[in-house]
Ligand binder design. Structure first.
Ligand code: FES
Length: 112
């Protein structure tokens, strides 16, 4: 990457990591659609568009387990890092990931 090119990403502070319980999620409204921000049991943070690629279920209301979430509508499991379905449903769709950073305990979501 050219060091003289500025990062075009705008970063928005959407709250503290500790605002989200372990194995929990939070819905963050955005102009481009809701974002689901997840905190796993080991404290990692992930962000996906809050619409399941199957039929649009709200992933922020799913069950977080490991580094995955199970959609509340039809119980398909999605990898939080890639947004792709897991197991037998792999390859049937992908929830777009959302860029994020964690700085000083704050969650920053990116948009370009
Ligand atoms: S809408 Fe998510 S599994 Fe069907």
């Amino acid at each position: 990457m050219n060091a003289h090119v500025k990062d075009p990403t705008l970063w928005t502070d959407v709250g503290a990591v500790t605002d989200i319980p372990l194995r929990g999620a939070r819905r963050v409204p955005s102009p481009r659609g809701d974002v689901a921000v997840f905190r796993t049991g080991d404290g990692r943070i992930f962000a996906l568009r809050d619409a399941c690629p199957h039929k649009g279920g709200p992933l922020s209301q799913g069950i977080v387990h490991g580094h995955a979430v199970t959609c509340p509508l039809h119980a398909m499991a999605i990898d939080l890092a890639s947004g792709e379905f897991l197991g037998a449903d792999r390859g049937k769709g992908c929830a777009p990931t959302v860029p994020l950073r964690v700085e000083d305990g704050r969650i920053l979501l990116g948009s370009v």
